[in-house]
Design a protein around this ligand. Sequence first.
Ligand SMILES: Cc1cc2nc3c(=O)[nH]c(=O)nc-3n(C[C@H](O)[C@H](O)[C@H](O)COP(=O)(O)OP(=O)(O)OC[C@H]3O[C@@H](n4cnc5c(N)ncnc54)[C@H](O)[C@@H]3O)c2cc1C
Length: 305
Amino acid sequence: MSYREKVIGFIQKNLNKTAFYIDEDMRKHTSFKTGGSADLLIEPGSIAELQVLLKYLLSENIPYLVLGQGSNTIVSDRGIREVVIKISRNLSQCTVEGEMLKAEAGALLSDICLKAQENGLAGMEFACGIPGSVGGAVFMNAGAYGGEIKDILEEILVLNKEGELKTRQKEELELGYRKSIMQSNGDIILSAKFHLVKGNKEEIKNKMAELKSRREQAQPLEYPSAGSIFKRPEGYFTGKLIQDAGLKGFQIGGAQVSMKHAGFIINAGDASTADIINLIRHIQQTVKEKYGVELEPEVRFVGEF
Ligand SMILES: Cc1cc2nc3c(=O)[nH]c(=O)nc-3n(C[C@H](O)[C@H](O)[C@H](O)COP(=O)(O)OP(=O)(O)OC[C@H]3O[C@@H](n4cnc5c(N)ncnc54)[C@H](O)[C@@H]3O)c2cc1C
């Protein structure tokens, strides 16, 4: 029996809230809308079922990877052989207690920002336009407009590599620029607690609207992308470097350096992941030759490369 059949059999027998999809087209699960199929994609129906599933995968030595909303992920054109555990909106409860907002990892960042605003809690305005899930945002220590998740995070609940539930305080997470310890320790983020501050609902709303409008003006949101493709190198602005290197609008296949913001690669129509990767390499090489700066991708690559 293949491992896929074994996992499906296990889910059917033990996990009645968990959904699974066979040969799932990953273009449906990534904001770039490229990549091949996943042999098996699973959407756990609850934290309890996720824990049972994880323990089973670990006990059977079945490889897996975790996905949120796929807004910082590029999937290989050849697809994914590991089991994909998608932390979806099935796990998206969000509660507010005083100045604490607690959200499950599958909640959309935009939704919890709205919840904060409705409850008159300030501090999360910077995040309202960042696509993706709470889990992805914590994993990436997502940030924008001078704020980052690190500023507001209190603690997280995770499943560790042994399948045990653990609470981890912010100080343990080694949060830095688009960095966290979860990028190396294999923890699956289940929920996050954010410490916000009392504020004025209208002012919070206006701040969010202002940042949204700045984003719409500066970013090519009308095209599929994964946001900034590279991390910001110390002392430089990535978009400016790429633009000054004469690469604005440069295209390989369906992948194009955005005309609106050179820090973005967009899927201008029918791009493959190979197009995107070739364009990333071309940009890296050109910027290195012209300015001696190494550009490191911010996006994460998964699947069979
Ligand atoms: C138009 C656009 C604009 C963007 N603007 C910004 C911006 O301003 N600032 C910014 O920081 N980013 C930005 N991004 C990138 C992206 O939105 C963030 O990195 C986001 O936090 C990723 O969340 P996600 O759920 O989509 O993660 P995914 O892409 O699904 O996953 C990203 C990584 O997190 C891991 N992961 C996801 N969920 C979990 C979990 N529960 N437990 C453990 N690991 C997990 C995955 O394994 C993967 O390695 C932008 C993207 C787009 C498309």
